[in-house]
Design a protein around this ligand. Structure first.
Ligand code: M3L
Ligand code: AKG
Ligand code: FE2
Length: 353
């Protein structure tokens, strides 16, 4: 491990530099001389001591340094996951959590969140089929993210909004709200009614597909993670007028450990490509095709029929959803959740997130 002297001064946990009650830094980092060097360095069994030229002493527990070093972080993931195709997911026999235990016990909630974090999807069973009960579930783990679609939404094939979701047509796999600078973190679906045929939900682990691209064509994975492009939502129907634009690459990775954290994939809502130069755009289409081929492999498709009482939570930064075309009357309700607040709940229950 290697540590920079400014870094070592900046992270001093002495009472005058750091408030351990609020967990906030009191030291003004801008007042640290960028050429700072310790006057003396001393090491005992467990601790490293630095005395700076003004006499201030900084001490570091060696274990703390190991944990917080760049070299240490590089080997770790922020969020442990189990990547899946249909077979892996089905074999895992991930249990659903019951409505009562989800709402009333920390164990139920923790079990649910653990599965959700690992697989990017999770179900709650025996939920009374109403919008109010669905909202209760949502508010147990997070804050509802209000969007142009409302807070809790309730939709059927009435084309009340200028989007294909509000029809009976099939929808190919995609993530939602790619046209937001920060796409919604979690999507909640509860089918309250369906009298008719078809309408099954398709789920595909986008990170599993991306991992296959990384193995087969690493330069294509790299391109998809480097090249930013736009997604756009233009609505002009009746009272609803909206124009949203979101910019970012298809694959978003942390640079220090190359861990994927967000896939932005929606071929319907992808805007005109004008952010990729001529000499790159063809390679980008090739890379996009490779990813699409992985996402479309039948063995990666997990199909479920949503039923009243069974609420589905989808990690919209990871798992793509779609639907089969349908006939008859079909009513879906749900909402989006803010990702920060789901992760907050998970961390407070002791989960790594
Ligand atoms: C879920 N709800 C029906 C409210 C919204 C649908 C949004 C559909 C949009 N094309 C997208 O993929 O973001
Ligand atoms: O109707 C469905 O099952 C899902 C439609 C959809 O993709 C959405 O609402 O985001
Ligand atoms: Fe969608």
């Amino acid at each position: 491990m290697r540590f920079d002297y400014v870094w070592l001064r900046d992270h001093c946990r002495s009472a005058s530099c750091y408030n351990s009650k609020t967990h906030q830094r009191s030291l003004d980092t801008a007042s640290v001389d960028l050429c700072i060097k310790p006057k003396t360095i001393h090491l005992d069994e467990t601790t490293l001591f630095f005395t700076w030229s003004d006499g201030h002493v900084t001490r570091y527990d060696l274990k703390w340094l190991v944990k917080n070093s760049y070299e240490g972080q590089k080997q770790k993931v922020i969020q442990p996951r189990i990547l899946w195709n249909a077979e892996i997911y089905q074999q895992a026999q991930v249990p659903s959590v019951d409505f009562q235990s989800f709402l009333e016990t920390n164990e139920g909630l923790k079990k649910f969140l653990q599965n959700f974090l690992l697989y990017g999807i999770a179900f709650v069973e025996n939920v009374p089929p109403t919008q109010e009960h669905t909202q209760k579930l949502a508010e147990r783990i997070s804050l509802i993210r209000e969007t142009i679609y409302g807070r809790m939404w309730y939709f059927t094939s009435d084309f009340s909004r200028g989007d294909t979701a509000y029809t009976k047509l099939a929808l190919d796999r995609h993530t939602d709200t790619t046209y937001f600078q920060e796409p919604c973190g979690i999507q909640v679906f509860h089918c309250l009614k369906h009298e008719g045929t078809g309408g099954r939900t398709l789920l595909v682990d986008g990170f599993y597909a991306a991992e296959q691209v990384l193995q087969k064509a690493p330069e294509e994975f790299e391109l998809l993670s480097k090249v930013p492009l736009k997604h756009e939502y233009i609505e002009d129907t009746g009272q609803c007028r909206n124009h949203m634009i979101g910019i970012g690459p298809v694959l978003n990775i942390y640079p220090w450990n190359k861990e994927l954290y967000l896939i932005r994939y929606n071929n319907y809502d992808r805007a005109v490509i004008n952010t990729i130069p001529y000499d790159v755009v063809h390679r980008w289409y090739r890379a996009h095709r490779t990813l699409t081929a992985e996402l479309r492999r039948p063995e990666n498709e997990f199909w479920v029929k949503l039923k009243p009482g069974r609420v589905l939570f989808i990690d919209n930064w990871r798992v793509l959803h779609g639907r089969e075309c349908f006939t008859g009357y079909r009513q879906l309700c749900g909402c989006y959740l803010t990702r920060d607040d789901v992760l907050n709940t998970a961390r407070l229950l002791g989960l790594q997130a």
